[in-house]
Design a protein around this ligand. Structure first.
Ligand code: FAD
Ligand code: NAD
Length: 480
């Protein structure tokens, strides 16, 4: 007799494990199938986010930033820290330990909530019936009232610069370097390219980033993107825009990359190269021809706003469906689907998805950019507050950047908040809450913020929309 569950979740990354836990919390008999094996060959939960994504990259970003502060910034604060150095294998080992703790933590949460972790590969058939091939043992068919697909994404590869052992690597390989590469090439100046380029640049690599587009971070508000590029250049990140890679080969242990830009054909020799040109949805061997699930023209599983696929009882969430490839977006979709299966009616507000680039300064945004609003012909007002005028930022020796609030000219409703600066990955949550509750800039201006905090910069930027900011010397004339 085949096994039967109320819900089978395919994929134990952030989207899948959130869905599975919430299903079990709602009293549904739930199994989660995942095929991920860690470096030791052991099955682990957590998907890309915990194993090779958000957590390991942030660990290396935080560690390398602390190194920069200790080695070159402490002295200006009166802390003498001569002779600071980095032990790369120890840094990587600590990162691995954090990954291990967190992936084991998800397994513990599954046990505590009664989610059954099935270790192996799933394939969806009509029914829905899930064909389960365990890492050890015989293939079996599992019946389910509902199936939630959360199979995630994998890195895009480019034929002009194929992967080569530990010389030309994806982000996964770049989290494992055992020594600082002298000269590091990064293909793609997107989120991964900037974050991992920053890690190794801070530790001493000469980093050259080749980006095909002429525009830097086109999805980010361009005022913020320009400031970010200026700061990254100052840190020594050499970002070359409009650079198209045409060929690469390994010669005597070095990677020779040929590319062309507006000036013509060029060549650079690197010790290591990271390919960071995007990720694509992962559906390899996932869908039997009779599954009834369709893909869109870009290879994402086709879903509606509620994450239902074209097959009855089958949902899909996270990186494998449209929308930004962000862990928190997948988590919220997973929760929404689980709640809907349990009979509730939540929705995901796709207008309020924050995004963060964890460089230093950090970049964080939610809502519409100024260029999007211009293109849509919307009328808006802008308020900006620089961290250089924040007492707390000065105290922390971290004054680069600013907060920008954009509000509707007529209603004053906040349409977008864009930040570059210290801890803006945390500050952006305040903007998300404000927008989720439909706040106006005036609402934020009338709200009390603790002093001295970095959050006051959001307060002042909101006040600046109407010309009411207190700590800006050359503020506009007050409007109302
Ligand atoms: P995944 O995490 O990809 O998980 C999918 C799971 O499905 C995997 O465990 C896989 O083994 C399993 N699976 C697939 N097919 C099958 C099958 N047929 N049978 C069984 N199991 C299957 N996002 C952020 O929001 N913030 C960040 O700071 C951030 N940093 C990142 C840094 C890096 C270097 C990378 C690569 C990504 C980063 N991301 C970040 C993106 C984030 O990791 C993804 O958005 C997130 O992991 C997507 O979650 P998911 O559950 O949809 O898929
Ligand atoms: P991305 O889409 O952010 O950036 C890829 C960049 O590569 C783009 O700028 C693109 O123009 C460029 N590119 C594409 N082909 C190229 C080529 N042949 N030569 C040179 N440049 C080329 O993708 P990513 O940085 O690989 O990240 C993948 C996904 O992971 C993103 O969707 C991102 O949301 C997610 N992620 C998020 C975070 C975060 O939230 N902090 C961190 C890492 C990754």
């Amino acid at each position: 007799m085949s096994k039967k569950y109320d819900v089978v979740v395919i994929g134990g990354g952030p989207a899948g494990y959130h869905a599975a836990i919430r299903c079990a919390q709602s009293g549904l008999k739930t199994a989660c199938i995942d095929k991920w094996l860690n470096k030791e060959g052991a099955p682990v939960l957590g998907g890309a986010c915990l194993n090779v994504g958000c957590i390991p990259s942030k660990t290396l970003l935080d560690t390398s930033q602390k190194y920069v502060e200790a080695s070159s910034e402490f002295e200006s604060m009166g802390i003498l820290s001569k002779g600071v150095s980095v032990d790369v294998p120890a840094m990587i080992a600590r990162k691995n330990k954090i990954v291990e703790n967190l992936t084991q933590g998800v397994a513990t949460l599954f046990q505590a909530n009664g989610v059954e972790f099935l270790k192996g590969t799933a394939k969806l058939h009509m029914g829905p019936v899930v064909e389960f091939a365990p890492h050890e043992g015989a293939v079996e068919n599992i019946e389910a009232d509902s199936v939630i697909i959360a199979s995630g994404s994998v890195p895009v590869e480019i034929p002009t610069c194929p992967l080569v052992d530990d010389l030309v690597v994806t982000s996964t390989g770049a989290l494992e370097f055992q020594e600082v590469p002298k000269k590091l090439g990064v293909i793609g100046a997107g989120v991964i390219g900037l974050e991992l380029g920053s890690v190794w640049n801070r530790l001493g690599s000469e980093v050259i980033t080749l980006e095909a587009l002429e525009e830097f971070l086109p999805m980010v508000d361009q005022q913020i993107a320009k400031e970010a590029l200026k700061q990254f250049n100052r840190q020594g990140l050499d970002v070359r825009l409009g650079a198209r890679v045409t060929h690469s080969e390994v010669v005597k242990g070095k990677v020779v990359v040929k590319y062309s830009d507006a000036e013509g054909d060029k060549e650079v020799k690197f010790d290591k190269v990271i390919i960071a040109v995007g990720r694509h949805p992962y559906t390899e061997d996932l869908l039997a021809p009779d599954s009834g699930v369709n893909l869109d023209e870009r290879g994402f599983i086709y879903v509606n706003d509620l994450c239902s696929t074209d097959a009855p009882g089958v949902y899909a969430v996270g990186d494998v469906v449209r929308g930004p490839m962000l862990a928190h977006k997948g988590m919220e979709e997973g929760i929404m689907v689980a709640e809907r299966i349990a009979g509730h009616k939540p929705m995901v507000n796709y207008d309020c998805v924050p995004s963060v680039i964890y460089t230093h300064p950090e970049v964080a945004c939610v809502g519409k950019t100024e260029q999007e609003l211009k293109a849509a012909g919307e009328e808006y007002e802008v308020g900006i507050f620089p961290f250089s005028a924040s007492g707390r930022a000065m105290a922390a020796n971290d004054t680069l950047g600013s907060v920008k609030v954009i509000a509707d000219s007529k209603t004053d409703r906040i349409l977008g908040v864009h930040m570059i600066g210290p801890h803006v990955s945390e500050l952006v949550a305040e903007a998300v809450i404000a927008m989720e509750f439909g706040a106006s800039a005036e609402d934020i201006g009338l709200t009390m913020f603790a002093h001295p905090t970095l959050s006051e910069s959001f307060h002042e930027a909101a006040l600046a929309v109407g010309g009411h900011a207190i700590h800006i010397a050359n503020r506009r004339k007050r409007k109302k």
